[in-house]
Unconditional design. Structure first.
Length: 733
């Protein structure tokens, strides 16, 4: 309450204070804008003379003499540049500086890092542009003239082929060093200058490129600061890069801070070319974390925990987890696609806490993408193969293509590893994965997993069913027929060789269920009713008994509490009302008419205290129904929001509404209900800490949960009683 004064019911709202607080909070949370403002202020504080300040970072006096000699032969007018040599306190450097052919200011700090030395030189710069030269570089006579021609406000000049050949506005450089001083990282410095200084990268004209000559030639590698346009794993000239050095254990927290800072900079950058450069730098830093984890795989959960604190979506987790996968997940729907099944599978991956490779379908034809979903499963995902097969729910041809092409993709990935070790392990066959996990919906996941299991019988396979597959909510059989072809032949032959029953049905969904019952090592169901119902309609009692023996109940997982605070929820809620939230779609067996009729039935004094928010995929249809019942004053309808925003909103409402699918007429009677469905929203609601109202069937799994309020489906009077209790209780926070 202290940070939201308008929620205190004992105070009269001070609108000016509220708006001032909101402005202050927005400024405090907008790190990129605040940093940009600091850059502008720092740049305006000093007046700089026109020209170049050359900062020479030196650790070896033996190479400095040639460097200074080359600066003494420059074609640029000597009145347009000055030289600042910064050393680590070596007395021999002082002697070399004394014999310099150009005037030099010498700064030294014993035992200092490269970052500190460059920061010292930048702070001492008095010209409008600061340029960096390494003490091991001997520069071409036209180098400074070319830099001077290319430099200017808003420009970062990059000189390929040097150890530290960059030039940028001095005010921007000084502000960047201040901004990154606590981490002392060159990559972060250049990135901060690029973004907050709004710099445009300008390569130096090839005619002006500096060269390394004489004894320094072998000592002039391109520095990381100069690698602004490389591909991952390459140097700027296209040659393979050396493997990154692993982070020292003592530097782990600092390295993760650097990664988080770079990711935020990339997220804030609007220019495509600069964003690409930042992405390359970020990937390079993450590869250092990967090298650390390759040596210490047991530290993975710790690293993920530290990365999670930065709350950014753009971390290249594939680089972090390269070579670390222990499991294989086959999920037709998987992030970044905004799909309920994809989100549940992402939560499963997060809950498992083990690095996995993923095979999914490229669902662009039917699903939007939500990049923020990568924050859930990304920290535990290495390689993600998206199969570009046609996307359909029940079409056999699309399922066959996904399975066949997915198996080919997996075999292609395994082939290099096998050939690499064929002589070393001639009599040994090692599997790449410790286990395989697949999830239906969609059924295609299990078909690929079954084919993979037949090819790798020793790898344990866990198969999850989110809901009954071959029966719909009315208990009618559903599913298209299987068709003879390469997939069906592979599956039938594999079952026959192992003496397992071949499904008698031609229904593809029945095949999917019975394949998993026969081949999987573990069968995952979300609730007991679902397990009993699905095995109850299995046509083969022996197969059902086999499935029963390896079945486990595993409800949908709930994300850690931090995920409910990743984004700022909107819109703002009226603090004088009690807000009830409903998120989801409507079907013939799962609707909101009970609640709408109950709202219409409660006394006006109760109704005016309530506000029902419904976020759904078809808001116009519901809005029409709300208007018919004259409830537009207390029901607010809107479109779906992104998943992480939904979690944030769920935490802010005073009550959340979830409803069972109505199944009693088809799945049982009043004395023997067997509702096999558990709404996945319940797992998300549960983690919010907000009271939940359930519209339940007797005996359903939802009815057995820890609900703050419950009313039977179809009972408008009971729903009205719950609404009255919610209104009387008032706002929760």
């Amino acid at each position: 309450m202290a940070d939201r004064p308008w929620l205190r019911r004992d105070l009269v709202a001070d609108r000016a204070a509220i708006h001032a607080w909101l402005d202050e909070r927005q400024a405090r949370e907008s790190d990129d804008l605040a940093a940009a403002r600091r850059f502008r202020e720092a740049s305006a504080q000093r007046a700089y003379a026109d020209g170049l300040s050359i900062v020479v970072d030196v650790t070896d006096a033996a190479t400095l003499k040639g460097c200074l000699a080359s600066l003494g032969t420059q074609t640029l007018d000597p009145t347009r540049f000055d030289v600042i040599v910064v050393s680590d306190g070596d007395a021999a450097v002082t002697a070399v500086v004394g014999d310099s052919p150009v005037p030099v200011r010498h700064l030294s700090a014993r035992g200092s890092s490269q970052f500190t030395r460059q920061a010292m030189g930048t702070a001492a710069a008095q010209r409008s542009v600061v340029a960096f030269v390494a003490g091991v570089d001997c520069t071409d006579r036209r180098y400074l003239e070319a830099l001077d021609d290319a430099a200017g406000p808003g420009i970062l000049v990059v000189a390929p082929g040097t150890t530290a050949g960059l030039a940028l506005p001095t005010g921007v450089a000084q502000a960047a060093y201040q901004e990154t001083a606590s981490l002392e990282d060159a990559e972060l410095f250049w990135s901060t200058a690029l973004v907050h200084g709004r710099l445009t990268r300008t390569p130096l004209d090839p005619a002006g490129e500096p060269t390394s000559v004489g004894p320094t030639e072998s000592q002039a590698p391109v520095s990381s600061a100069g690698k602004l346009s490389t591909q991952p794993g390459q140097q700027p000239d296209g040659t393979p890069a050396e493997p990154p050095a692993p982070v020292a254990e003592a530097d782990l927290a600092r390295q993760i801070q650097i990664v988080g800072a770079l990711a935020r900079l990339a997220e804030a950058e609007s220019r495509a070319d600069s964003r690409a450069e930042l992405a390359d730098r970020l990937a390079e830093q993450v590869r250092r974390l990967n090298a650390y984890l390759v040596e210490r795989p047991g530290e993975h959960s710790r690293v993920v925990g530290l990365l999670d604190r930065h709350r950014v979506a753009g971390i290249p987790y594939a680089e972090l987890n390269r070579g670390l996968a222990r499991g294989l997940v086959i999920a037709y729907a998987f992030p970044p696609y905004a799909d309920t099944s994809a989100i549940v599978m992402a939560k499963r991956v997060r809950d498992e806490g083990v690095v996995v490779d993923v095979v999914s379908n490229a669902m662009d034809r039917i699903r939007e993408t939500d990049e923020s979903l990568r924050q859930i499963s990304g920290p535990f995902t290495a390689t993600h193969i998206a199969i570009p097969s046609p996307t359909y729910f029940a079409d056999w041809g699309s399922m066959e293509q996904f399975a066949v092409r997915g198996l080919e993709a997996l075999q292609t990935r395994e082939a290099p590893a096998a050939s690499e070790h064929e002589h070393e392990h001639e009599h040994e066959h090692e599997h790449e994965y410790d286990w395989v996990y697949s999830r239906a919906q969609f059924a295609a996941s299990h078909f690929l997993a079954a084919a993979y299991k037949l090819a790798h019988p020793d790898i344990p396979w866990r198969a999850e069913f989110s809901d009954p597959l071959s029966r719909d909510v009315t208990h009618a059989e559903r599913g298209n027929p299987v068709v003879e072809g390469p997939l069906l032949s592979r599956l039938r032959d594999g079952l026959q060789r192992r003496g397992l029953p071949i499904p008698r049905s031609v229904n593809s969904f029945v095949w999917c269920e019975e394949l998993a019952y026969a081949l999987a090592d573990e069968l995952v169901f979300t609730n007991r009713n679902q397990l009993d119902y699905m095995l109850g309609y299995c046509a083969n009692p022996e197969l059902a008994a086999l499935a029963q023996a390896k079945a486990v109940i595993r409800p949908h997982p709930t994300l850690p509490a931090g995920f409910y605070d990743l984004v700022e929820p909107s819109p703002r809620l009226d603090p004088g009302l009690v807000h009830i939230g409903y998120f989801g779609n409507f079907y013939a067996t799962r609707g909101l008419d009970d609640v709408l009729h109950a709202l219409a039935a409660v006394p006006g004094g109760v109704r005016t205290r309530l506000r029902l928010h419904v976020l759904t995929s078809r808001p116009d249809d519901l809005q029409q129904r709300v208007a018919e019942l004259a409830l537009t004053d207390c029901v607010q309808v809107g479109p779906y929001v992104e998943y992480l925003r939904f979690l944030a909103l769920a935490k802010r409402f005073d009550c959340l509404l979830v409803n069972d699918a109505a199944t009693r007429s088809s799945h049982g009677d009043a004395s023997n209900p067997a509702n096999p469905y558990l709404p996945s929203k319940w797992s998300d609601y549960r983690g919010s800490g907000t009271p939940v109202w359930g519209l339940c069937e007797d005996g359903s799994t939802l009815s057995e949960q820890d609900l703050a309020y419950a009313s039977p489906i179809g009972d408008v009077a009971a729903a009205a009683e719950v609404l009255t209790r919610i209104a009387e209780r008032g706002p929760v926070s």
